[in-house]
Design a protein around this ligand. Structure first.
Ligand code: URP
Ligand code: ZN
Ligand code: ZN
Length: 459
């Protein structure tokens, strides 16, 4: 064996127990008591928790958006990921007009290879539906990109698809084993309300929230779920942030439909009050962060099992770019950071007793891997799985600051947030990539994760 992590408390979605973990050639080869192997490096994890690395299944690295390009590239974004215990990043590829799916994905793979320092996979956002794209969905699933996003918004940006395209993709997903992901907000209501506020001279970040409040997202969630139910197709709702939409997910699940809900740490930690702050524009993302009632509903849903995954929607912009919208909220590039905060924040909430550590592992690691077709290689501490492992010290306290983060952005919305407990080591396929606040990984270490379509779904 190459490495033995000894005496740690292993946390899986269903169990918590003390054991040793042996690693060879980047894989977990044994879990048990008194594991020994001559020449293996020994890490004493007494008093620490051993977790599977998180999968951040929603990122936008180096993405052209909002008149610029998101501020973390594949190196800095995955460096930050490693330092926050994320060992697999799922990035969104945007298919542009006339572009094939695999063509778009391969262009992104080229950017990623030689840059990423943890493993990576892709979803593809379909923005130009043609008969060729309809056909290519099957080839893309076979290629290892098995999930496709539809935007119900971003009409002016050329990303939105109409309900007919959405429905067509839902039908196609059933034939091919693909999963459709949806960004649900109502675009016409947003445009109507934003124009009205601007005309009235209401230009601050607060009006970003008011132009797309709870009911604007809820209507689209309900419409999306309605189409998924009508076609009896599975559906994954990304970055769900409102109470009414959450209730609709709960209802659909109870009726037996395969509807998945993802929320993000920013929706669990902040409320819409942030948009009243002087730096409110830094929190501008879509859907916007909602009010306290919605936040409470998200926590309740998480506890009862109706939220399946937590991912970040990491899409940061520099403060000078956010400043473009100082006097007009519609000019603020949409997106926030979180790739380094996801696991530490959720684990800290567990450490405070709000949810269990097992639940955090379930929604940040094992469920994302299962839903997106890469379990048990990823998201699992089992024999044969990749040794993507986080060692967590429940007694190490960290106050988040831009200066102790590892992204390329010049601020963080998480500034000053105090975390109780923190990851102290991250292993990516058995290689130490982070220790005690320091990035130790290697540029280009990350590998493409070829995923299986839903026919290979391990439930
Ligand atoms: O504001 C956000 N979320 N920006 C990234 C693109 C998206 O909508 O996911
Ligand atoms: Zn989105
Ligand atoms: Zn997103």
């Amino acid at each position: 064996m190459d490495l033995i992590i000894k005496h740690g408390t292993i946390i899986t979605p269903s169990d918590t127990f003390i054991a040793d973990i042996g690693i060879k050639d980047g894989k977990i080869v044994i879990i048990g008591d008194d594991v020994e192997s001559e020449g293996a490096e020994i890490v004493d994890a007494t008093g620490k928790y051993i977790l599977p690395g998180a999968l951040d299944v929603h990122t936008h690295l180096e993405m052209p958006f909002g008149g610029t390009v998101s501020a973390d590239g594949y190196f800095s974004g995955t460096r930050a990921a490693a330092c926050g215990g994320v060992t697999t990043v799922f990035d969104y590829v945007l298919q542009r007009k006339g572009q094939g799916i695999i063509e778009a994905v391969e262009a992104r793979r080229k950017l990623c290879e030689g840059e990423a320092c943890v493993d990576y996979a892709f979803h593809c956002a379909i923005t130009d539906m043609t008969p060729e794209i309809h056909e290519e969905i099957a080839a893309s699933v076979a290629y290892g990109v098995a999930s496709f996003k539809v935007f119900m918004v971003y009409k002016k940006e050329g990303l939105m698809v109409d309900d007919a395209v959405f429905a067509q993709l839902l039908e196609r997903s059933k034939e091919t084993g693909a999963l459709i992901n949806v960004h649900a907000e109502n675009p016409d209501l947003i445009d109507f309300r934003a124009a009205k506020f601007l005309k009235e001279g209401k230009t601050s970040a607060w009006y970003h929230y008011l132009s797309r409040p709870e009911f604007v997202e809820a209507e689209a969630d309900k419409r999306a779920i309605h189409w998924a139910k009508s076609f009896n197709a599975p559906l994954y709702i990304v970055h769900l942030a409102n109470k009414e939409g959450m209730e609709e997910v709960t209802r659909a699940k109870a009726e037996g439909y395969e509807i998945y809900a993802e929320t993000c740490p920013q929706y669990l930690n902040f409320t819409s009050d942030v948009y009243k702050r002087e730096d409110g524009r830094n929190f501008v993302c879509s859907p916007p962060i909602k009010g306290q009632e919605s936040q409470d509903a998200l926590w309740d849903a998480l506890k009862r099992g109706d939220i399946d995954t937590i991912a970040t929607d990491h899409c940061p912009f520099q403060s000078t770019e956010k400043d473009w919208g100082k006097d007009d909220f519609t000019k603020i590039p949409n997106g926030c950071m979180g790739i380094e905060n996801l696991y530490p924040y959720m684990l800290s909430e567990a450490n405070k007793g709000r949810i269990t550590f097992n639940k955090v592992v379930e929604v940040c690691s094992s469920n994302p891997a299962k839903i997106f077709g890469c379990s048990p290689e990823k998201g699992s501490l089992t024999i044969g799985s990749d040794a993507d492992i986080v060692i967590y010290d429940p007694n190490k306290n960290v106050t988040i600051s831009k200066d102790n983060m590892h992204s390329d952005v010049d601020y963080t919305i998480w500034e000053g947030v105090e975390l109780h407990g923190y990851p102290v080591m991250t292993y990516s396929r058995g290689r130490l990539v982070y220790k005690d606040g320091e990035f130790l990984g290697q540029v280009g270490w990350g590998k493409f994760v070829k995923r299986r379509g839903r026919k290979g779904f391990v439930g």
